[in-house]
Design a protein around this ligand. Structure first.
Ligand SMILES: [Zn+2]
Ligand SMILES: [Zn+2]
Length: 400
């Protein structure tokens, strides 16, 4: 049975469930659908495009699982699913689409890419997700034997996790260490990782069609930080060996986080500042714009943080965006939790709080004078993490 707009009742129902964010209802309808899921409404929009526009991750996932085309372009103004995803601002939706092969350079009828549309409405995190993405095939090369090699640069088992690692947009050193841990069995391969990242930086600079200096710089930076983590771990293992202590299961994330987050008396992160300046100094492609731009910003006497300079160079200037909070440990934006005692610092989760506690405990008990008047906004209340429990935990660890 087909209606006057050319849609069957079932197809109409599918659009209806997506519009109402009814993922459960959508699931049932999709399981009964026999034909393609890429039918279009009167505006040429597919169900996937609708789900992206609504910002409904669950629906997007279901439709992609059902084989929805991430690059359908029957929309009247040539918007693709990724254009809608960028407009919704949902970074996970953008990531799913990219992983499903969405073309990030598709142009709509006003010649804008998905990232440009996202930037236009201020969805900077979605823009960063799109701009930091590369297809997995681009790094597959390094898992294959080249020339006289007897071993590839990157073990094939690390391909997926390495891919997820390089496309992350948060370049805070602690986040990089956490990602190494999160995405897989990297700890025995830090050397190889650094090498591959160096090769990737070179390749970006040698592209005949379109040189991407920003990505070249990012890969150089990632390689640098990976190497710092490697050095930090080796140093600790050596020290333990000399002391006759077994250190097979070294928590390199914690070691490295301590090095990164240790503030001097002025509350300044000396190690991060100096290692990032060293990293910039060692960037091998000195004639390019990004290098000159970063160097001149670092030389500016008003420059307070090399990390901010590098972050802006890779992910763009944010301008004056108010109310952007970030995790005190890893710099992730919009963290979910805050310290229950002082309510002054925010964290992604317990792990981030745990890693920062050795510094934060010094100021936690002394709440800073409040700017006043906040806290009544129900939508903004963050879940607290109980510091007492964590400090007890840490004390027990030391005692035990
Ligand atoms: Zn965090
Ligand atoms: Zn606190």
């Amino acid at each position: 049975m087909v209606n006057e707009d050319g849609l069957t009742v079932q197809q109409k129902d599918i659009f209806d469930k997506i519009t109402k964010n009814d993922a459960g209802g959508l699931k049932i309808l999709l399981s009964q659908l026999s034909g393609t899921v890429d039918f279009v409404d009167e505006n040429g929009m597919t169900p996937l495009q609708h789900a992206c526009y609504k910002g409904n991750l669950e629906s997007v996932q279901m439709l992609l699982d059902q084989g929805a085309d991430a690059n359908s372009s029957k929309h009247g103004m040539n918007y693709t699913a990724l254009h809608f995803g960028a407009l919704s601002g949902n970074t996970n939706i953008c990531l799913l689409l990219l992983l499903a092969g969405a073309n990030s350079s598709a142009l709509n009828s006003v010649s804008r890419t998905p990232a440009q549309m996202g930037a236009f409405v201020g969805n900077h995190a979605a823009v960063a997700t799109i701009n930091n993405f590369i297809p997995k095939q681009e790094i597959e090369y390094y898992t294959k034997l080249q020339g006289q090699q007897t071993e590839p640069y990157l073990p094939i088992v690390l391909l997926d996790s390495f891919h997820r690692f390089v496309i992350e947009s948060n370049i805070h050193p602690v986040r990089i260490a956490l990602n190494l841990q999160k995405f897989g069995a990297f700890s025995d391969h830090l050397k190889e990782l650094k090498k591959v990242l160096e090769l990737m930086a070179e390749r970006e600079m040698q592209r005949s069609n379109e040189v991407n200096e920003i990505m070249a710089f990012k890969y150089h930076y990632l390689g640098w930080i990976v190497n710092e983590i490697h050095k930090c771990r080796d140093h600790f293992q050596l020290r333990n060996k000399e002391a006759g202590v077994d250190s097979k299961s070294v928590d390199y994330v914690e070691l490295f986080a301590k090095r990164v987050l240790k503030e001097n008396k002025q509350g300044f992160l000396e190690y991060v500042e100096s290692t990032i300046r060293d990293c910039v100094r060692e960037f091998p492609f000195r004639e390019c714009t990004i290098f000159r731009q970063v160097v001149s910003q670092l030389a500016n006497k008003d420059c307070t943080s090399a990390l901010d300079v590098v972050r802006a160079a890779i992910n763009g200037q944010r301008g004056f965006v108010e109310d952007i909070t970030s995790c005190s440990t890893c710099g992730e934006e919009g963290p979910d939790k805050k310290c229950s005692k002082c309510k002054q610092v925010q964290y992604c989760d317990r792990e981030c709080q745990r890693l920062h506690w050795f510094m934060h405990k010094k100021t936690c008990a002394r709440p800073m004078p409040s700017a006043g008047g906040s806290g009544s906004n129900g939508a903004n209340v963050k879940k607290d993490i109980d510091t007492t429990e964590i400090s007890e935990q840490l004390q027990n660890m030391v005692a035990g």
